[in-house]
Unconditional design. Sequence first.
Length: 234
Amino acid sequence: AGTAGRHGCSDLAWTAARAALDHAHVSDSPERENAIATRYLVWVLVRQARFAEAERVAVAAAERIAPAMFDHDIQRAGIFGNLLFNAATAATLANSHSRAADLLTEARTAAVRAPVDQISEAAIFGQRVAALQTIEHTIRAGEPDMALRQAAVVPDGRTPAFWEAGHHLMLAAAELELRQRDNAFARLTKAVSLAPGWAPTQPLGRRIMRALVDRAPRRRNPEFARLATIYQAV
């Protein structure tokens, strides 16, 4: 489901996630595996613009697997946090920004209680991940100034390269909105350096690069032309 989703195959991701739910019931850890499969199912619901359903399903699954106050199960906390991220994304896209902020606050609290970073198909979670998710929400809520201030104090931590690249694309969008075009260009360059096979395929990166091309002087330096080609903006 995760692989299909990253390649934009939403129908296949849905089928795989449904199959994963079926298998979860007969696995050694049905509660945990069900929650992991639900996370991918919610991912598809978001991309189908079924935001209310996505939020409801994610929150219900998070409540079922929520770690107890003194539970030190790191993976359980990560799965819980990722479900809250998905619910917050759905709420943000439905313009329920206060609801999304509440969900992200709960996820950040879980990250503080489970300080070990996780990078696996089960969960990508930690304090840095929670901070990046909060910044993305802030940008989508139409507060680019606030997002850039938040980005200045993001904690260190381990995240996948494509997450870091996506973070720079989101910040580039905020900087473009604030007419900080040189900074936006630098962010696009950083995203490509972090995930050269992923960043240039993202619609957001292409939109930003096209906007920079439209606003650039006729005489462009070689690095600008190279990046425009990479993002297929020429």
